[in-house]
Design a protein around this ligand. Sequence first.
Ligand code: ADP
Length: 222
Amino acid sequence: MGAMVEVRDVWKEYRIGKVVVPALRGVSLDIGESEFVALVGPSGSGKSTLLYLIGGLDRPTKGSISVGGEDITGLSDSRLAMWRRRNVGIVFQFFHLIPVLTAYENVLLQAELAGLPKKERMEKARELLEFVGLGDKMDRFPSELSGGEQQRVAIARALAGDPKLILADEPTANLDYTNKLRIVELLKKARELGKTVVFATHDTQLASYADRIISIRDGVLQ
Ligand code: ADP
């Protein structure tokens, strides 16, 4: 069987008016199934760009990306959006929970978007909030939770559609050290659920918890 993620000679350029900003310059890599990988590099090195291309949130300027054997660079925009909802869970730096929904409803909504049947998604939301240690706070709104707790809800939400791939972009940047560790440990535990996890960070100490570290600098893997 091939790798879970195959990135082949990927280039990404952003254009700001007439200025071309090269963000990735010929990146190739393989990530195995159930691997927990840290993508490490300083700010501006191309970590988010690579993560978003792997998750199908954006497209490379050149090169190809396959996930689970499917070439996502060949999909139309609508197919790519559909593919993303079913196959990718994303955790952001600033949590991005929906403020008017409770923790439980935030997770439930994601399960619904991924197309899980009603009964199954209600069970799933409950189960996942217990998995992240928030079984007793399911009915709280994001504003009634600490930063670490909000990020744990975001991890439960990322897992809700039962995606193959979990992508986390600086998920610990706004947390104190105890909560940083807790989030990294939860991401590692997600791997035990059979998920492939890619976690972007500039923190080399946190990266050392991963199975493998991929270093990037100026859009080139080191
Ligand atoms: P990192 O996640 O490591 O901080 P990014 O992937 O965000 O790095 O950025 C890589 C490079 O691409 C940087 O030079 C950044 O300024 C540039 N970049 C990122 N997003 C955009 C964008 N939407 N438009 C223009 N340039 C961008």
